[in-house]
Design a protein around this ligand. Structure first.
Ligand code: SAM
Length: 303
């Protein structure tokens, strides 16, 4: 690995500042009506449903945030977020704590192998227009998008053509996008990657952290976008959309809407890759399943 000067601010961003500061017994209690209000708001605004297993966690996060900002009455706090001028800002803070942002590098290796091979076969054809446009939708703190960068670079290397690609990572969480833009990660998060990946794509920050190389970061742009809003408009003509561990949180009708949106964003012949266990239980109009063992990939029809 290359070595790098330690920049200030990294640790702040990486540290977990959602740790509970108030003892659980001193937190305000939300009754079930109050909890449902938040649950509905989260679902309406992001599509994400709260599973039974996460209910306690979500309750605690809301109560903790109330304490931090001096609220005692759950109804007043809800109205503040819903109705006041300051509401959207407060919602942004709270949202970061309510979403599941679990992620990692090369989380589903067969999907990443598929991407490398797909890129190699696309760009081996001289007539395929470059740069390749790749989208990591619901990218959390960026590990997925940077893993895709590695796949793409390796795909170009297999084809023998010089790399020309651009990757966009989007997420509804501001905090996640801020972290993705930094491209700084705990070295332990790379423990399942090969030495080649660690040495060729990361530089050392210090004994604990490493950073994605500038040459890769420069081709990877991150921005906040809500998949329910079908924005931003400049995401189109994608060669590849990678969306894993996101659709599972949505109701079926929302999943359909989002997959329809993905169809519109793909080039003819472009490819959608979703996560294992996220198999679509309907036939999207313009997509056909690609036969790739263990991978849930679809190609947009060329007509
Ligand atoms: C479990 S993480 C998965 C991250 C990454 N795709 C992976 O597989 O490692 C789910 C991500 O989806 C994001 N998300 C949830 N609802 C979203 C929405 N409506 N629009 C955009 N991103 C959303 C969350 O903020 C979170 O970062």
């Amino acid at each position: 690995m290359h070595t790098n000067r330690l920049d200030t601010g990294y640790k702040m961003l990486l540290s977990n500042h959602h740790v509970l500061r108030t003892k659980p017994q001193n937190l305000p209690k939300l009754n079930s009506r109050q909890f449902r209000l938040w649950e509905d708001m989260l679902e309406k605004r992001t599509g994400v449903r709260i599973t039974l297993q996460r209910e306690d966690h979500v309750r605690t996060q809301i109560a903790q945030r109330m304490c931090e900002s001096g609220w005692v009455d759950p109804d007043s706090y809800f109205r503040e977020v819903l109705e006041t001028h300051a509401g959207p800002r407060e919602w942004g803070v709270l949202l970061d704590r309510l979403l599941v942002k679990e992620t990692g590098f090369f989380r589903h290796q067969p999907s990443h192998n598929f991407v490398s091979k797909r890129v190699a076969s696309l760009v081996t054809n001289d007539r395929h227009s470059l740069p390749l446009n790749i989208w990591s939708a619901g990218c959390a703190s960026g590990e997925e998008a940077y893993s895709l960068a590695v796949d793409v670079i390796e795909g170009f290397a297999l084809s023998g053509r010089p790399e020309r690609y651009s990757i966009i990572g989007t997420d509804v969480s501001h905090e996640a996008i801020a972290r993705a833009r930094q491209g700084v990660y705990q070295r332990s998060s790379l423990k399942n990657t090969s030495t080649i990946v660690r040495e060729n794509y990361f530089s050392l920050v210090d004994s604990q952290y490493c950073k994605v190389l500038k040459s890769v970061r420069q081709k990877t742009a991150f921005f906040v976008a809500n998949l329910l809003e079908r924005k931003p408009r400049d995401i189109n003509q994608m060669d590849l959309i990678f969306c894993q561990n996101v659709l599972i949180y949505f109701k079926r009708w929302r999943r359909r809407d989002i997959v329809n949106y993905f169809q519109d964003c793909l080039k003819p012949g472009g490819c959608l890759i979703i996560g294992p266990g996220e198999l679509l239980d309907w036939e999207p109009e313009q997509l056909r399943r690609i036969d790739a063992p263990g991978v849930h990939a679809y190609e947009k029809l060329r007509v």
